[in-house]
Design a protein around this ligand. Structure first.
Ligand SMILES: NC(=O)c1ccc[n+]([C@@H]2O[C@H](COP(=O)([O-])OP(=O)(O)OC[C@H]3O[C@@H](n4cnc5c(N)ncnc54)[C@H](O)[C@@H]3O)[C@@H](O)[C@H]2O)c1
Ligand SMILES: [Zn+2]
Length: 351
């Protein structure tokens, strides 16, 4: 098997052992290595006879470890075990781990093959698919990274049974986003999801539809030149909320910030792109019901605006938004006035 592909094979797996065996069939056993994080190691890896067969590196769990020294640990581990250009790295974990180990693999000896086995909802519907890898650097998220497709992504929903409610909801926000930007039918089915009594068979079908949406964009625009920007819906305001929450010592999960960001950007969508105001309100109420109120108020607006002004996706000093004219219809590269952005934040606090 070649160690790089244009597009990863995405496998919805009911038996991770069987599918994993198929994926690794072309690789000699002495060239397969595994990376995971400390939480997933305890829950899913250390007692698994198949995973347990390969030399592995365990990175301490947590976003703060998605950094250069963890990447160096993976490079050192691979070097010490004589990994070569034909070696394969299996990444088992959430988005922190698949981003980090994907980055380490994509740079080791100019790139070795890797397989993602995502274990959080966020990584199954978003992070493990689409070929972006990366680490945080000098306080900046995903500042260093590569575009490199995994050889395969193995999605197995029973992993989610050990995931806490907040992390489940965090990933669910990206699914809502996929519905909003591209698929009214997906958005409708998501209303059936209850995070307190998750039906994992049903969830697997929802995940499949969500991954189809993400794939639609990444196959057409792998390097984010244009339409892949649709996936940034909710993220301009969302990243500002996420950064401010972190700065003030009360971090929020990424998906929560995106959920609140979508509320603000739905307001902007109805102000500037004709998105139906009633629908924006209904979405806002649903998001409030799932994610609670945004932990911010009027006093934070200037700071949030300043953070949005510094978003790395801006061009020519204008805040760049992806907005919607209707459910399933997005418009990229939209700009809004300062007053419109401030009003959208007020609408979010008032939710
Ligand atoms: N590459 C991309 O396109 C892309 C897209 C979106 C997000 N991301 C990145 O993904 C990361 C966030 O991903 P995440 O939310 O999965 O975070 P994460 O990997 O930190 O996982 C969250 C927590 O859940 C634990 N965990 C993982 N699997 C578990 C399981 N099955 N049961 C119980 N606990 C489990 C982890 O150990 C961690 O403590 C961020 O670094 C973000 O930048 C990347
Ligand atoms: Zn996101």
């Amino acid at each position: 098997m070649d160690n790089s592909k244009d597009r990863a094979e995405i496998i919805f797996s009911s038996s991770v052992e069987e599918d994993f065996a198929k994926v690794i069939a072309d690789f000699p056993g002495d060239q397969i290595f595994l990376a995971t994080d400390s939480v997933v190691e305890e829950l899913w890896v250390c007692n698994n006879t198949l995973f347990g067969r390969f030399p592995r590196i365990v990175i301490p769990a947590g976003e703060e470890n998605k950094n250069l020294s963890s990447a160096a640990m993976i490079w050192e581990f691979l070097t010490a075990r004589g990994a070569g250009r034909k070696s394969l790295l299996i990444n088992v974990g959430g988005g922190m781990l698949t981003d980090l180990a994907g980055f380490a693999a994509s740079t080791f000896k100019r790139g070795i093959g890797f397989v993602n086995i995502p274990t959080t909802l966020l990584s199954q519907v978003d992070a493990s698919v689409g070929g972006k890898t990366g680490i945080n650097f000098r306080g900046l998220k995903n500042e260093i990274g590569t575009f490199r497709e995994p050889l395969a992504v193995l999605i197995h929903t029973p992993f989610l049974k050990t995931l806490d409610r907040m992390n489940l909801l965090s990933g669910f926000a990206e699914m809502i986003k996929h519905g909003l930007i591209f698929s009214p039918a997906h958005l409708t089915e998501l209303h059936r999801f209850d995070p307190d009594v998750a039906d994992y068979d049903e969830l697997r079908e929802f995940i499949r539809h969500s991954v189809e949406v993400k794939n639609h964009f990444v196959t057409r625009d792998p390097l984010e030149a244009d339409i892949r920007k649709a996936l940034n819906f909710g993220h301009t305001a969302g990243h500002a909320i996420e950064s401010l929450a972190l700065e003030t010592g009360h971090p929020v999960l990424h998906g929560y910030a995106v959920a609140w960001g979508m509320v603000a950007e739905l307001f902007l969508s109805s102000e500037t792109c004709g998105f139906p105001a009633g629908e924006a309100r209904r979405m806002g109420n649903w998001i409030r019901q799932l994610y609670g109120p945004v932990p911010m108020n009027h006093d934070h607006s200037e700071k949030l605006l300043a953070l949005m002004m510094h978003d790395k996706k801006n061009e020519a000093g204008l805040i760049n938004f992806t907005l919607l004219s209707a459910t399933g219809k997005f418009e990229i590269n939209r700009h809004c006035s300062r007053d419109q952005v401030l009003a959208s934040l007020e609408s979010l606090y008032d939710l």
